[in-house]
Design a protein around this ligand. Structure first.
Ligand SMILES: [Mg+2]
Length: 313
């Protein structure tokens, strides 16, 4: 089992926060080798492990090498639309081994949060994709899709608003009726919980509205602030650390989005590597500061492996 010492982590941080001299803020893999060996590595999915339906080159090999070295691997995505089983199917098709318990989505993290902190919540309205509703139902919540909470021929009359919570994720079928149902329930006192607050959703068609844009609409219509679960809030990472029994100082997060992955890692006290296989290029990475600045920047999985002293087969 690879273990980081406190001293090792401090050295890692000190080294990685030096101003970059090269155009890419890339660290010497030799220093990284000397400094830090995580027991747990948390991968973001989109832009890190795959892009669309294609694995990022070297990602499968990096994950396999970590597992072979006894390092725990977990996957954390803000996407609320697919079940954990759905992600296993997707990863398996890319020759990446994974089981549902290793995957945390913003929906599964929301469910964990409800169980841990709001055990009185049973009856929920789901404004999101079918995968979100399926996960809530599988977790034994009395879940109603926002689409089913409004009469098909809604005429502006009274709505059923008696819910413990309204869970809002990305709903690609969003319409006025669904928005009205969710906002009315929140206005009537249901807790307003957002799976994540990403305003944009990167797709092959470009940047489309993300869950955060829908959350913003519900917020505007209800006048209530949501509880946000997904990155950049640290709840997803905390849940992973707790379940794995690994302290934050012995974990590493790898992400492509400074605003979500890197900020969440910092807030959770986890070291982070930003990879340039997703939403940020080298020039933008160089400008990152404060909470958005990662401990290291890597071009992709192959360079991450080198930083961690792993050789990929
Ligand atoms: Mg990503």
């Amino acid at each position: 089992m690879i273990r980081a010492t406190v001293t090792g982590l401090k050295r890692f941080r000190a080294v990685t926060q030096r101003p970059a001299r090269s155009r890419v803020v890339t660290l010497s893999s030799g220093r990284m080798t000397a400094g830090f060996r995580p027991r747990l590595v948390i991968f973001d999915l989109d832009g890190v492990v795959y892009r669309g339906d294609r694995a990022v080159p070297g990602a499968a090999e990096l994950i396999a090498a970590l597992r072979a070295g006894g390092v725990l691997v977990r996957f954390a995505t803000n996407n609320s639309m697919t079940t954990r089983e759905g992600y296993v199917t997707r990863l398996t098709a890319m020759a990446i081994e994974a089981v549902p318990a290793e995957i945390v989505t913003s929906t599964s993290a929301t469910i964990d949060h409800l169980h841990a902190h709001l055990p009185g919540v049973r009856k929920v309205m789901a404004l999101g994709a079918p995968g979100m509703l399926a996960e809530l139902e599988a977790a034994s919540f009395e879940a109603t899709a926002a689409a089913d909470a409004v009469p098909a021929a809604y005429d502006g009359g009274a709505l059923e608003v008696d819910y413990d919570a309204v869970i809002v994720g990305l709903d690609p079928q969003l319409d006025y009726r669904r928005l009205a149902a969710a906002a009315s329930a929140v206005r009537a006192g249901a807790r307003f919980i957002a799976t994540n607050a990403d305003l944009l959703y990167p797709t092959s068609a470009g940047l489309l509205p993300g869950a955060g844009s829908i959350v913003a609409a519900v917020r505007a219509a209800s006048g209530v602030e949501p509880l946000v679960i997904g990155k950049p809030e640290p709840a997803i990472f905390w849940a992973i650390l707790e379940a794995a029994g690994v302290p934050a100082g012995e974990a590493l997060a790898i992400g492509d989005n400074p605003d979500a992955d890197i900020v969440a890692a910092r807030r959770a006290g986890i070291a982070s590597i930003l990879v340039l296989t997703g939403v940020v290029d080298a020039a933008s990475a160089e400008l990152l500061a404060d909470e958005r600045r990662p401990d290291a920047v890597a071009a992709g999985p192959v360079e991450v492996a080198a930083m961690l002293g792993l050789s990929l087969s």
